[in-house]
Design a protein around this ligand. Structure first.
Ligand code: AMP
Length: 416
């Protein structure tokens, strides 16, 4: 393996001046670990399987070498018909627009040479069809809309030279397996494939084995974790909202992303926080694309300080330097836990991933810890200490599911 350390510059990694100069303009002073490890291999044409969260800088890791390929091989001049040369598949529309935005920003000065188009569902197909006319160099797509465009002949996939599967675990857990298989069947055998995933459940490993040819493996989860502080607070049942409001007021976080498990829970929690003097916006699948974009912009700009979201809606949100992510409801799967906290501590920033657990969450949080191979001390919030009988239960081994007698019934009187 090439000995590229984290101190290497983008030029050291083999990128050409046209791209390095642009990165200087974007103030990317140094490659992130995934960029240092991945870029030389992707430039060499190797297949790759990369373990990295959103926030690690993986978009640049896969897209800069693709841009370089297009420039060096003069592929763009060969753009014709409705073919596409490089396909980036992502699980959600938000991620599609963000990845496309990043790719376009890396090649903004080359926009007459390199054409990147984003296609995703939930919006009218016509502008996307128009954008694809005459072919494109890079397409960033969600699976369903891509297949729609293929079936209406707006795009042809048989000239694809690079396939990127971004957030492969999420793609499969969102149920895109069938669409993915259809797309894979349309691609040529001979291509470079890069697969990125935050976690590696069996489905992803099987897909990687099937798809990749002698891949380089880049696994950076541990480096990621160092930029993230995880904490877990034990709370009494029925007191999560009060604890949450207390923490938000106490810490005055600049931006807080709160996860709940259902769309109506978003609205419900926003109302309850509002009664406690905290304004929060919601971000879920029932919101139209326009509303989602407005909320996202407001959150990015700092106008909205508290955002309550479901997993599906929040997946792939690109918000720089997000200081805090809070699990109000625990995610159903341990993999989703990693996805959620991956929203904070981005690109070297220290972030906080915080979970509120009551007695009913206790066992599930243990499973999350075990699967993700970490263990956290259960902390208490001053003024909201868990009742004695309950706190004892928090420290029992994993088995008990039945509540101890009296739990949740007698409430400790609080002097506030
Ligand atoms: P990603 O993991 O690709 O979603 O990137 C996360 C964020 O980090 C994005 O907002 C990028 O613009 C930013 N970023 C990526 N690479 C670098 C870098 N080398 N230096 C500074 N910021 C970066």
């Amino acid at each position: 393996m090439t000995d590229k350390t984290q101190q290497a510059t983008f030029a050291d990694l083999g990128l050409i001046p046209a791209l390095v100069e642009r990165l200087e303009v974007l103030e990317y002073s140094q490659p992130t670990p995934i960029q240092s490890h991945a870029i030389p291999h992707v430039l060499d044409g190797r297949d790759m399987v990369g373990g990295a969260n959103t926030g690690s800088g993986k978009t640049a890791a896969f897209s800069l070498p693709i841009l370089q390929k297009i420039l060096q091989q003069g592929e763009s001049n060969a753009r014709r018909g409705n073919f596409v040369s490089h396909l980036i598949l992502v699980p959600t529309r938000e991620l599609a627009s963000q990845v496309a935005y990043n790719v376009k920003s890396y090649s903004y000065h080359l926009r007459d040479k390199i054409k990147t188009v984003a296609v995703f569902g939930g919006v009218s197909v016509n502008p996307q069809m128009q954008a694809l006319r005459g072919g494109c160099d890079i397409i960033v797509a969600t699976p369903g809309r891509l297949l729609d465009l293929v079936s209406s002949n707006a795009i042809k996939l048989d000239q694809v030279k690079t396939l990127v599967l971004d957030e492969a675990d999420r793609m499969l857990s969102l149920g895109f397996t069938e669409e993915l298989n259809k797309i894979l069947a349309l691609l040529p055998e001979n291509k470079q494939t890069l697969l990125f995933s935050a976690t590696f459940p069996e489905k992803v490993t099987t897909l990687a084995q099937h798809l990749l040819n002698d891949p380089v493996e880049v696994q950076l989860q541990s480096a990621e974790a160092s930029t993230l502080v995880q904490r877990v607070f034990s709370v009494n049942k029925g007191e999560k909202t009060a604890v949450l409001a207390h923490l938000i007021k106490q810490h005055q976080w600049r931006q807080t992303l709160i996860f709940v498990n259902a769309k109506n829970a978003c609205n419900h929690l926003a109302q309850k926080l509002s009664k406690r003097g905290i304004t929060a916006e919601v971000f879920h699948g029932d919101k139209g694309q326009g509303a989602r974009t407005r909320v996202l912009e407001g959150f990015k700009s700092g106008e909205i300080q508290v955002l309550i979201a479901t997993d599906i809606a929040a997946r792939g949100l690109d918000i720089e330097k997000l200081p805090v992510v809070i699990n109000f409801d625990l995610p159903r799967s341990p993999a989703d836990y990693m996805h959620r906290i991956g929203r904070s501590g981005r690109a070297g920033e220290v972030g906080l991933g915080l979970s509120l657990i009551d007695y009913d969450d206790y066992h599930h949080f243990k499973v999350i810890e075990k699967k993700n191979k970490f263990q956290l001390e259960r902390e208490q919030v001053e003024g909201f200490e868990v009742e004695d009988d309950q706190s004892e239960a928090y420290f029992l081994p994993m088995k008990p599911r039945a509540k101890p007698a009296g739990t949740g019934k007698k409430k400790k009187k609080r002097n506030q």
